[in-house]
Design a protein around this ligand. Structure first.
Ligand code: NDP
Length: 244
């Protein structure tokens, strides 16, 4: 993977940042895409300290002109894109009857439409190269559902269907598409949950511990590598046995 280029959405912090660090440790140049340019810049500096080149870019993945802008900028800087990690994601939780339409739309737009837009733009570049690795970050709730997360679990289940379709459409062009479905991973997103909810979740995890961002990054690194060349349309579950 040395010298490859990876575009990581939501790459400024949390799981996206850990994915960047893991790939940078393997010699991959990193395009850090985030809605917050300051965070993207800070994270990109950290990648450079690992000895690779890194480009911070501000973009909202649900905005098609932002997305074509980041892919253009990445190609301008590095000449190619081998890896796309669709990691940007948000939650706007609420029980179905109380869920506002705008919360439904926001989550579907960032999580699912964002994955669609970024994949569509990146595939144009990857198809010409006849090589590409698309890795989409789904979630355990795509498979189990979760009270209060109708929008989020639908967006993540949509990502699984999208991943398999991209895998079938572009297998002949040397592009693989796979998904990683994390369970409960300690990040800012899950820190927001109450202690009671966290303790309840713990009871349902056979390994009796929450996952780390590095656990997720390791699976992404496998899918991103040339070693995974015959693996496409798959979902890797990283959840301590919570769903199997
Ligand atoms: P964080 O909230 O810690 O990080 C998400 C990142 O995405 C932030 O940097 C955020 O920017 C960025 N982002 C948000 N909206 C957009 C947007 N519209 N365009 C570009 N970037 C955006 O989340 P996690 O690291 O926990 O989650 C990463 C992914 O993993 C998500 O897809 C999430 O759904 C998934 N996941 C997480 C699990 C967990 O337990 N943590 C479990 C299962 C899946 P900003 O900092 O400005 O908000």
């Amino acid at each position: 993977m040395k010298g490859h280029t990876a575009v990581i959405t939501g790459g400024g912090r949390g799981i996206g940042k850990a994915i960047g660090e893991s790939l940078a440790g393997r010699g991959v140049n990193i395009v850090v895409v985030d809605v917050n340019l300051d965070i993207a810049r800070e994270t990109a500096s950290g990648m450079e300290r690992l000895g690779v080149k890194s480009l911070p870019l501000k973009a909202d993945v649900s905005n098609s002109s932002d997305v074509s802008g980041i892919i253009d900028s990445a190609v301008k800087e590095f000449g190619k894109i081998e890896i796309l990690v669709n990691n940007a994601g948000i939650t706007r939780d609420g029980l179905l009857l109380r869920m506002k339409e705008e919360d439904w739309d926001a989550v579907i737009n960032v999580n699912l439409k964002g994955t669609f837009l970024c994949s569509k733009e990146a595939v144009k570049v990857m198809a010409k190269q006849r090589y590409g690795r698309i890795i989409n970050i789904a979630s355990i709730v795509a498979f189990m559902g979760n009270p209060g997360q109708a929008n989020y679990s639908a967006s993540k289940a949509g990502i699984v269907g999208l991943t398999k379709t991209i895998a079938k459409e572009y297998a002949g062009r040397g592009i693989t598409a796979n998904a990683v479905a994390p369970g409960f991973i300690t990040t800012a997103m899950t820190d927001a949950l109450s202690d009671t909810v966290r303790q309840e979740m713990l009871k349902s995890i056979p390994m009796n511990k929450f996952g780390t961002v590095e656990d997720v990054a390791a699976s992404v690194a496998f899918f991103a590598s040339p070693d995974a060349g015959y693996v496409t349309g798959q979902v890797m579950h990283v959840n301590g046995g919570m769903y199997m």
